[in-house]
Design a binder for this molecule. Structure first.
Ligand SMILES: Nc1ncnc2c1ncn2[C@@H]1O[C@H](COP(=O)(O)OP(=O)(O)OP(=O)(O)O)[C@@H](O)[C@H]1O
Length: 395
C-alpha cells in the first residue's frame, strides 16, 4: 500500500511542502466561530443544529470536533465551508469575515466521508477540478496535481477512474483534490468512516504524516471516534446537543475531564458517585458507599464551585486502571461480576458495585481472565487514578 510511513517519504513530503510558497502565517486564529447558531426548518419544526458555538483554531493547529451522532459536528463544518448559513453569529478565516461568502470563494479544502469524487472524471481531472474552477493557469495545474497526488502517494494512479480504485485510494484522491488548491484551512468530515478497520488504522497514520507535512494548515476534523481524535488533534472540542461542552488538549480531557459527559465519551470512563471528604491540594479523600478512597482533585472551572467537603461528585476511573482480586484489601470495593467478554489482549469484566445499586463498572483486565459471572471480587485502583468530576452535567 502507501509508503507514507517511510522516512524518505517523510523527507519528500516535507521537502515538497517547503518548495511551495508559504504565506506568512496570520497572527490571529486561522478559523473563528463567533457565537454561531444554525437553525434548520421554520416555525414549530425549527431546530438548532448548532447553538451559540464559539471556537478558534490557530494556524497549523488541528482541532477534532468529537461528539455523538446528531450533536452538530457536521453542521459546524458546513457553516465554515459555506454550505449552510448561520441564523446568527459570524465565521472568519484569518481576519476575513466569510459568513456571507459563497463556498467557492472561501478557499477551503473539504474532504467528506463519501469521497464525493466525480465518477466520470479520471483521477488527475478530479484533483484538478478546484484549480480549474479557480481559473489557475493550465501550466500550473499539472504541477499542482502532480504535487497533490505525490503527497498522498497516488502518483501512479492519475489516469484511473474512481471506480478503478479501492475505498482507501479514493479517499486519498479526495484528500489530494482538497490539497491541490493549497488551502490554509482543511476540513475533514469523518474521512475514515467508510473504510474497514485495518484500512482506517493505516490511513490514520497517513493523516498524521500529512498533518506534519502541512505545518501551516489549520485543520478541523469531525469524528465520533475518539481514537482518531486522540491520534490527530492538538485539541479536542467535545460536542453534545448542538453545543460545545469542553475544549482542551486531548491529554487534559483524558487525564482531568472537566465534565462527566466528556469523561464518559472520551475513553468510556466509569463514573462512581461519591461524596467529597477532606481535600488537600490536588488530592481528596472521598466516600464511595462505605469506603474511603484517595483520588485526584483537579482544579475546577473558573466560576465553578470548588470541591468543598460534603459535595456530591463523581470519581472518573478508566477501565484499564481497575484491578480485580478475589480477596479483600485496603481500599478495595466489593463487587459482583455481571459479565465477562474476552477481547483478545484484554478481557472486559463488568461489575455491579456492592451497596451502590445501578452502578456498573467496566474493567479491562490484561489477557484472558477466569472470573465467573456472579462471583464476588474486590476492586482497587491506584491512588490518583481516580479523578473527581463534577456531577453538574450528568445526563
Ligand atoms: N438539512 C437538514 N435539515 C434538517 N435537520 C438537519 C439537517 N442536517 C442536519 N440536521 C439535524 O441537525 C442535527 C445535527 O446534525 P449534524 O449532521 O450536524 O450532526 P453530527 O454531529 O455531524 O452527526 P453525525 O455524527 O451523525 O454525522 C441533527 O439533529 C440532524 O438531524
Amino acid at each position: 500500500m502507501s509508503d507514507l510511513n517511510t522516512s524518505s517519504t517523510r523527507r519528500r513530503l516535507r521537502g515538497g511542502t517547503r518548495s511551495t510558497p508559504t504565506p506568512t502565517a496570520p497572527a490571529g486564529p486561522a478559523i473563528t466561530f463567533d457565537r454561531v447558531t444554525v437553525t434548520y426548518g421554520r416555525g414549530r419544526g425549527a431546530q438548532d443544529a448548532l447553538s451559540d458555538f464559539s471556537l478558534r483554531v490557530a494556524p497549523g493547529e488541528t482541532v477534532a470536533l468529537l461528539g455523538p451522532s446528531g450533536s452538530g459536528k457536521s453542521t459546524a463544518l458546513k457553516a465554515l465551508a459555506g454550505f449552510v448559513r448561520p441564523s446568527s453569529g459570524r465565521v472568519r478565516l484569518g481576519d476575513r469575515d466569510v459568513t456571507d461568502l459563497p463556498p467557492a470563494k472561501r478557499g477551503i479544502g473539504v474532504v467528506v466521508q463519501s469521497y464525493a469524487l466525480f465518477p466520470h472524471l479520471r483521477v488527475r481531472d478530479n484533483v484538478a477540478f478546484g484549480l480549474r474552477a479557480n481559473r489557475v493557469a493550465r501550466s500550473e495545474i499539472s504541477d499542482r496535481v502532480r504535487e497533490a497526488l505525490e503527497m498522498v502517494s497516488m502518483s501512479g494512479f492519475a489516469d484511473r477512474l474512481p471506480r478503478e480504485l479501492s475505498g482507501g485510494q479514493q479517499q486519498r484522491v479526495a484528500i489530494a483534490r482538497a490539497l491541490a488548491i493549497r488551502p490554509g484551512v482543511l476540513l475533514l468530515d469523518e474521512p475514515l468512516a467508510a473504510l474497514d478497520a485495518a484500512l482506517r488504522q493505516s490511513m490514520l497514520t497517513e493523516l498524521q504524516e500529512l498533518r506534519a507535512a502541512l505545518p501551516d494548515t489549520a485543520m478541523l476534523y469531525v469524528t465520533h471516534d475518539q481514537t482518531e481524535a486522540l491520534a490527530l488533534a492538538d485539541r479536542v472540542a467535545v460536542m453534545r446537543d448542538a453545543r460545545l461542552v469542553d475544549v482542551d488538549t486531548a491529554d487534559t480531557l483524558w487525564t482531568r475531564p472537566p465534565s462527566a459527559f466528556t469523561a464518559a465519551f472520551l475513553g468510556g470512563a466509569n463514573l462512581l458517585p461519591c461524596t467529597v471528604g477532606r481535600v488537600s491540594g490536588t488530592t481528596a479523600l472521598v466516600a464511595v458507599g462505605d469506603r474511603m478512597l484517595d483520588v485526584t482533585a483537579p482544579a475546577t472551572r473558573v466560576g465553578a464551585p470548588g470541591w468543598s467537603p460534603g459535595t456530591p461528585a463523581m470519581v472518573c476511573i478508566r477501565p484499564h486502571e481497575i484491578s480485580v482480586a478475589t480477596t479483600s484489601g485496603r481500599g478495595a470495593i466489593c463487587a459482583r461480576v455481571t459479565a465477562t467478554v474476552w477481547q483478545g489482549s484484554t478481557t472486559r469484566v463488568t461489575l455491579a458495585v456492592d451497596g451502590l445499586p445501578d452502578v456498573l463498572l467496566d474493567a479491562d483486565l490484561p489477557g484472558r481472565t477466569d472470573h465467573g459471572v456472579d462471583s464476588i471480587v474486590w476492586v482497587t485502583f491506584p491512588p490518583g487514578a481516580g479523578v473527581l468530576v463534577s456531577t453538574n452535567d450528568v445526563s
